[in-house]
Design a protein around this ligand. Structure first.
Ligand code: GRF
Length: 201
């Protein structure tokens, strides 16, 4: 079983999808050993509490980047996490941090990368850009995290239709429900099973 840390900043619907998948055994190779938020008061922390998962808030704004990442690394190591999942996590991790967990950090992005991704593309802004461009199909991507924002190897993608009259909010809701909440648990299971195999040899 691979201990997994989920990093959050917002409402935590992607965290909820992963926790539910562990509880209904869609995810069999991982357990969520830690939820860490980079800002106080995000509902994702409440979700962790309701699921009885160890959780902590490391206020990045007050700690500063270096202190924040040192505390995060310590918490990840204390909980013996070998996989890190960015689930609606809005802080950009340093190259040093990413290198320390090379190949073991995954992120969910609410578009079909390489469209509408990179610096400045997060949350509703992604869907705003998709609607402005007039794409008929969008979706979500799970990718490995490297030193380039949204630039790591693509692991899974799922397409979602853009409907006439969509607002950024309605499109975000459909992409989360029809894509993010499906492929993120799938990617966690895929990565954890892989890590488990490495450990078993
Ligand atoms: C959403 O915009 C989602 O598309 C992206 O992060 C935001 C919040 O997700 N991945 P969550 O509800 O906090 O998981």
């Amino acid at each position: 079983m691979v201990n997994t840390a989920v990093l959050v900043s917002g409402g935590g619907t992607n965290l909820e999808a992963v926790l539910t998948a562990v509880e209904n055994k869609t995810i069999r190779s991982a357990r969520v050993a830690l939820v860490a938020a980079d800002r106080p008061g995000c509902y994702a922390l409440k979700r962790a509490e309701l699921h009885n998962v160890p959780h902590l808030c490391l206020d990045r704004r007050s700690l500063g980047k270096k202190c924040f990442e040192a505390a995060l690394k310590k918490a990840v190591e204390e909980h013996e996490c070998r996989l890190i999942v960015l689930a609606g996590f809005l802080s950009i991790l340093s190259e040093d941090f990413v290198r320390a967990f090379e190949g073991r950090i995954i992120n969910i992005h609410p578009s079909l990368i390489p469209s509408f991704c990179g610096d400045g593309f997060y949350g509703l802004k992604v869907h705003q850009a998709a609607l402005e461009r007039g794409v008929k199909i969008t979706g979500a991507t799970v990718h490995l995290v490297n030193e380039i924002t949204d630039g790591g190897k693509i692991l899974l993608q799922k397409a979602v239709e853009v409907k006439d009259g969509d607002s950024p909010e309605s499109l975000q809701e459909r992409v989360m429900r029809e894509a993010e909440h499906i492929i993120l648990p799938q990617a966690v299971e895929m990565m954890a099973a892989e890590l488990q195999k490495e450990e078993d040899v």
